[in-house]
Design a protein around this ligand. Structure first.
Ligand SMILES: *[C@@H]1O[C@H](CO)[C@@H](O)[C@H](O)[C@H]1NC(C)=O
Ligand SMILES: *[C@@H]1O[C@H](CO)[C@@H](O)[C@H](O)[C@H]1NC(C)=O
Ligand SMILES: *[C@@H]1O[C@H](CO)[C@@H](O)[C@H](O)[C@H]1NC(C)=O
Ligand SMILES: *[C@@H]1O[C@H](CO)[C@@H](O)[C@H](O)[C@H]1NC(C)=O
Length: 648
């Protein structure tokens, strides 16, 4: 049933398909004198059905069992048991009843786990292509895209469906859910429906409102737990949750929540993938407008309840939406990061991606919130002494790029068009919002994504649509912000100029000016404010970007295909481009199934170079990972990974 590896102890089968149970007897049985019944039990619910020894018509809506004539022997009989395709996902008890003229014998045969069946066309989660099923159900290796839309980084993630204990943890999630605790019978009956399952599981991945898996934290110290950036897979998190009797595991951020939900959905047989939205809006009042406040010199204020994440990660799962109609079948967004409540609990979706594209605000579940995340407009307001001195609208910034890992490859698949179809009518709304074409326009562009040690080159373009000459002032401000938009440090500049029809101003920020930017996760917010000296009107533009760190190079002697149990050498090196900040520099090398322990390599100097010996303990794809950090940086400066395939 495509369940190999999910459990070493239990029978794991998929709904709608028959599985074979062979009954062995200590004495010969005359089958014309006995009849067999099977019974499946789920809590107080049960269904008893006869085992047929002759060809029969079966209802696909009921449990059924039959024996093929070849499988009947005096001491054994093999029974094919088939579940209805719309069965509840759960762990069932299987019972046997043997009846003769005089006696009735009852046996408990054991338990089995029943999962959704994406291979079967009648299951609402069915997926047509084998390559899709391999990627979205069976693959336990994934990539998460992070960073900014100009410089996208990829991080590997081990989904871990096949790690011992993961299936048990997933079953436990359903059993401890508030729905199950409050009404077991109703919960079992509703577990037929993938929409219901997704909603329950989405709420259970965060620990808000329930005994869920992960506690979120976005700032401050992670000393009393694990920093969200340190996790590398879901199994460790689920194990920790099980081992602590369902106490929350500290700490998660969006990609951790999403990857754990993706693992759980894949285990249950609901095709799913992890999706990154760059510049995702968190629109607290869901009005499709994100307001940002700036000073008249371009300094960003922390005033708005709304915010924009440089990236946000959620999950898409695949199903038919019987509750909505065929046009909403396909990928559905589910977002386990606790941001806003949906029907009273922290969970979001499933919401059809097609409903987002068609701008169906009321589509269940949570379409307006998801639509705002990918398609809100940013209104930047320039305020002074409590008054709005100018404003500009940016219709492009939010949801600029939406990525997932492509099937069977490490390349990203661009999903932007599946969420956003710009129509003329939408453009009209944007023009109305901005109050007609302004006489003065400004844009701010970066020539290329900067790397650490390079100057940052910015280009301000001012276009004039009026018939009068203008005297303008320009303020350019760059500040550091954390991942969730909190400004922390400011530096400014100021020049005067006169504009003709189009004027381009070039600015460059030297490496020595941003020395404080030391980790790959820091984001710079740059804003330019242009003021017309005569009319006092102001316009502005803003950009956000990160400074890419240089890659750690990892090479395996003799190529990336190695033999199991044979010692190989891997060479790891990193060259620092950030001046003399190598004090306390550490290059860490890590690899499950390749290295016994994490290795920390300390070396003074411009660059670090080291060779480590690796031995693979099992076949398959392994990852060798390396991180670089030093005593002056609060986080990891650079992180790289290298895929190695191990054969017998
Ligand atoms: C099984 O029982 C039937 C009916 O009582 C009888 O006719 C038949 O001979 C029995 N078969 C064997 C192998 O004992
Ligand atoms: C992603 O797709 C969008 C919409 O189709 C397109 O405008 C954009 O250029 C693409 N970006 C990349 C990096 O492929
Ligand atoms: C601004 O542009 C208009 C054309 O759009 C031009 O006629 C006018 O002279 C320009 N103003 C200045 C100050 O150059
Ligand atoms: C921004 O404001 C919010 C509350 O309005 C506060 O919780 C947060 O700590 C502030 N951030 C910074 C960096 O000041």
């Amino acid at each position: 049933h495509e369940t190999a590896g999910l459990s070493a102890h239990q029978l794991v089968v998929r709904r709608g398909w028959a599985f074979k149970v062979t009954l062995l007897f200590h004495q010969a049985i005359n089958w014309s004198k006995h009849s067999l019944d099977l019974e499946v039990q789920l809590g107080s619910l049960s269904e008893r059905f006869p085992v047929h020894f002759t060809a029969q018509c079966y209802s696909p809506l009921r449990w059924s069992a039959r024996v093929f004539p070849d499988n009947v022997h005096s001491h054994s009989v093999s029974v094919h048991v088939c579940s209805p395709v719309l069965s509840s996902v759960a762990s069932y008890h299987l019972l046997l009843h043997i009846q003769s003229h005089h006696n009735m014998y009852n046996y408990e045969l054991g338990t089995f786990v029943l999962l959704c069946n994406p291979w079967f066309k009648d299951d609402p989660v069915s997926m047509p292509l084998e390559v899709q099923l391999q990627e979205y159900i069976q693959s336990d290796y994934g990539l998460v895209y992070v960073g900014t839309h100009q410089s996208v980084r990829q991080q590997p993630w081990a989904f871990g469906q096949y790690e011992p204990g993961v299936l048990e943890a997933c079953m436990q999630l359903l059993q401890v859910s508030p729905q199950h605790q409050s009404d077991r019978q109703a919960d079992y009956l509703r577990r037929v429906d993938p929409v219901y399952l997704c909603r329950v599981l989405c709420a259970m991945v965060n620990c808000n409102d329930d005994l869920g898996v992960l506690a979120g934290k976005w700032q401050g110290s992670y000393m009393d737990g694990v920093s969200p950036t340190e996790w590398t897979g879901s199994a460790e998190i689920l194990h920790q949750w099980m081992a602590s009797s369902c106490s929350p595991v500290r700490y998660g951020q969006c990609w951790v929540f999403a990857c754990v939900l993706c693992t759980v959905l894949r285990v249950f047989g609901i095709p799913s993938r992890v999706v990154t939205v760059f510049n995702a809006a968190h629109d607290a009042n869901a009005n499709l407008i994100i307001e940002e406040y700036y000073s008249s010199t371009g300094e960003k204020f922390n005033l708005s309840k709304d915010s924009i994440w440089n990236f946000h990660v959620w999950v898409e799962c695949w199903m038919r939406r019987g509750d909505l109609g065929a046009e909403f079948d396909g990928w559905q967004v589910v977002d386990p990061t606790p941001q806003e409540k949906s029907a009273g609990v922290y969970c979001c979706g499933p919401c059809p991606v097609s409903a987002v594209q068609k701008r169906c605000f009321r589509c269940p579940f949570d379409a307006s919130f998801i639509l705002a995340s990918v398609d809100a407009d940013v209104i930047r307001l320039i305020v002074r002494d409590g008054l709005v001195m100018g404003r500009s609208v940016d219709t492009e910034w939010v949801g600029q790029l939406i990525y997932t890992k492509s099937i069977g490859s490490d390349k990203p698949e661009n999903l932007t068009h599946t969420y956003k179809a710009r129509s003329e009518c939408v453009e009209m709304i944007h023009v109305c919002l901005s109050g007609g074409p302004p006489h003065l326009e400004v844009s701010l562009d970066m020539e290329k994504a900067p790397s650490m040690g390079d100057s940052i080159c910015l280009c301000v373009t001012i276009s004039n649509h009026s018939s009068h000459p203008r005297f303008l002032t320009e303020h350019l401000n760059a500040q550091l912000k954390h991942y969730n938009s909190c400004p922390t440090r400011t530096s400014g500049g100021r020049i005067f100029c006169v504009v003709f029809s189009v004027l381009t101003l070039h600015h460059s920020i030297q490496a020595s000016q941003y020395k404080f930017l030391l980790t790959q996760d820091d984001i710079v917010n740059v804003a330019v404010v242009i003021k017309d000296m005569r009319s006092k009107a102001r316009v502005m533009a803003a950009q956000e970007f990160n400074i890419c760190s240089h890659q750690i190079s990892i090479e395996v002697e003799g190529g990336d295909c190695i033999q199991m149990k044979k010692t190989c050498m891997a060479h790891v090196s990193y060259t620092n481009h950030c001046g003399n900040v190598l004090a306390g520099a550490v290059l860490c090398v890590d690899g499950y199934g390749l290295l016994q322990n994490k290795l920390a390599l300390l070396q003074p100097g411009e660059s670090i170079r080291a060779s480590v010996s690796i031995v693979a303990s099992s076949p398959g794809t392994k990852l060798l990972q390396a991180t670089f950090s030093h005593s002056q940086s609060p986080g990891v400066v650079s992180r790289s990974f290298h895929k190695i395939s191990v054969h017998n």
